[in-house]
Design a protein around this ligand. Structure first.
Ligand code: ZN
Length: 343
């Protein structure tokens, strides 16, 4: 997983981020990185930067899922720097001076929006960046956060107030198609000379997303309605649930910055038992102990890992957004299948 930093200042930036491994992901200064670059899942060749090639468009993206989308649409025309790396939690990110420097060097900055990156406004202000700030989720049908009996806090508590909306809009593939359209528009506006390429890659990507969306509907739609309940560590799957007719229950709210109380956990464990909920999942970004405790207290089995807010570097099943969604769809479908494990 490589989100290349801007090549012009690799050395300097590497020095700056010495102590920040895993937070500010600016590894891979070469144009093609180690080949595991986001967006290459389709098997398209990684473009080689010829010596005479025009400089790439330096863009900053807040987190890995969105970075993969931007890299896929941008192709070999953009250099993507990602602020919050794989398997890391953007809800509780603490920006560094190096992050501000990276943003200052960007031509376009992409955020998810919907209050996901509560730390971003201050960081942009600190960086002095005056270019376009693209909210990738613009135009999606926003999901309000429903108060959950098992979760006593729902918001983020890092000095911002974004209202009661669920930020995890990328968890629906139809929303992702909107993200991709927004990304293509933004890149075309910032770099009109290469608009045709951005549009073509966005179209091809959109077709793959539409296909996977259709597959998800078929796969998850085949699960009996009475079985469609899943437990996860934090409430990141509201859009997935709405898109595919599932119910996700969680001991924590839509952010990861709150602790679940013992009472919440006990109550959810009772519900798992009484409703015979079989699918309990850990997430790649969170400590699995809470979910494991739930499984112990309820007798449910931990079905596996779902990828919620970040791609994975160590787990090869979620190197790209499409891989991540395919994996989540399959894991949930397998866990809830009538003859599936745990029944
Ligand atoms: Zn989240």
């Amino acid at each position: 997983m490589v989100h290349p930093s801007f090549p012009s200042s690799c050395t300097r930036r590497r020095g700056l981020i010495g102590g920040l491994a895993g937070l500010l992901l600016l590894a891979g200064c070469g144009p093609a990185g180690d080949g595991a670059r986001p967006g290459d899942a389709a098997g398209k060749p990684v473009a080689e930067a010829a010596p005479a090639a025009p400089p790439k468009l330096p863009v900053v993206v807040t987190f890995t899922i969105l970075a993969d989308m931007v890299a896929t649409v941008g192709g070999d025309r953009v250099e993507v720097a990602t602020l919050v790396g794989p398997d890391s939690d953007a809800h509780v990110f603490s920006p560094t001076p190096a992050a501000a420097k990276t943003i200052a060097a960007a031509k376009v900055v992409f955020v998810n929006g919907l209050g996901f990156e509560g730390w971003m406004d201050k960081l942009i202000a600190a960086s002095g960046y005056k270019g376009p700030l693209v909210v990738a989720s613009d135009g999606v049908e926003v999901l309000k956060v429903k108060p959950q009996p098992h979760s006593h806090r729902h918001g983020h508590s890092h000095g911002h107030d974004h209202g009661e909306v669920d930020p995890h809009a990328w968890q629906s593939l139809s929303n992702a198609r909107r993200y991709v359209a927004n990304i293509a528009d933004a890149l075309a506006a910032a770099d009109p000379a290469h608009e045709a390429g951005y549009r073509a890659r966005a179209k091809a990507y959109d077709e793959r997303l539409a296909q996977l969306d259709e597959k998800a509907r078929a796969r998850l739609g085949a699960i009996p309605a009475s079985e469609r309940r899943v437990i996860v560590g934090h409430d990141a799957f509201g859009y997935f649930a709405r898109a595919y007719g599932l119910t996700f229950l969680s001991p924590r709210g839509v952010s990861t910055d709150s602790e679940a109380s013992a009472k919440d956990v006990a109550q959810l464990a009772r519900q798992i038992r009484s409703q015979r909920i079989r699918a309990v999942f850990v997430e790649n970004i969170s400590d699995p102990r809470l979910v494991e405790q739930l499984a112990r207290e309820s007798g449910a089995r931990v079905g596996g890992t779902l990828f919620s807010d970040a791609l994975s570097a160590k787990d090869k099943r979620a190197l790209t957004y499409i891989d991540m969604m395919s994996h989540n769809i399959e894991e949930v479908a397998k866990a809830l299948a009538p003859s599936g494990p745990g029944s």
